[in-house]
Design a protein around this ligand. Structure first.
Ligand SMILES: [Zn+2]
Ligand SMILES: [Zn+2]
Length: 221
């Protein structure tokens, strides 16, 4: 037996959270097959993905970016609490469907951000998932420029096109499918740009694996 990572109730060793916490974390609302956003209806894709199909093929998230998961992510990412990263990776790993990609690639940080934070949270998640699922990780295949220049000032379209120049790779990638690992998916602009680079480098299928997905900003509980 061990303790639930959230409420410390005793649980079996293979579980991450107790039943009650799992139920609280689960959202049974349907999600867009492409980008993982929660949908109000039983459609397979959201309006955004239908009108602007993303470069990635599927998105799988463990749950919604909301308490208490947002706190765990914050402690992991900004306070460097690696134990929280382990909990999050286990949660994501247990939520993934069967059928693994050939290779895991973490969403890269820019060199400046990496220096500031000291570690890449997505690389740490990828490392833990790789151990759990026996899939190799390529840490340096996808790279990110230092170009986060005041993107807040840009309009959505300009931001998307600026984002497309942010990622690069200097190699052909000879695997069929890649799991692109991220902690939180917010607007999909980053995932779209990164997936576009991977596809151009030869990857046939890009699947986003992320711990949590934000809801639309105007959605209320
Ligand atoms: Zn619990
Ligand atoms: Zn979508």
């Amino acid at each position: 037996m061990q303790n639930c990572s959230l409420c410390l109730t005793q649980i079996p060793n293979h579980a991450v959270f107790c039943h009650r916490c799992s139920d609280n974390l689960q959202s049974n609302t349907p999600r867009c097959h492409s980008c993982g956003i929660e949908l109000a209806t039983n459609n397979t894709r959201c309006g955004e993905c239908l009108s602007h199909p993303p470069e990635f093929d599927r998105t799988f998230v463990a749950g919604r970016y909301a308490p208490p998961i947002d706190q765990l992510i914050h402690q992991f990412k900004y306070n460097g609490d690696l134990n929280k990263g382990r909990i999050l990776a286990e949660w994501l790993g247990s939520a993934l469907p069967l059928g693994n990609p050939d290779l895991l690639i973490p969403m890269p940080l820019s060199p400046a951000r990496l220096k500031e934070r000291g570690f890449n949270q997505s690389a740490e998640l990828a490392r833990l998932l790789s151990q759990r699922l026996q899939i190799p990780v390529a840490y340096d295949l996808l790279k990110r420029h230092n170009s986060e220049t005041q993107q807040i000032q840009l309009k959505r379209k300009e931001r998307l096109s600026a984002m497309r120049k942010v990622f690069y790779t200097d190699q052909q990638i000879k695997v069929r499918s890649v799991g692109l690992i991220d902690d939180v998916v917010t607007t999909t602009a980053t995932a779209r740009a990164a997936a576009g680079v991977l596809k151009k480098a030869g990857v046939k299928e890009v699947i986003i694996w992320a711990v949590a997905r934000t809801r639309r900003p105007n959605d209320k509980d």
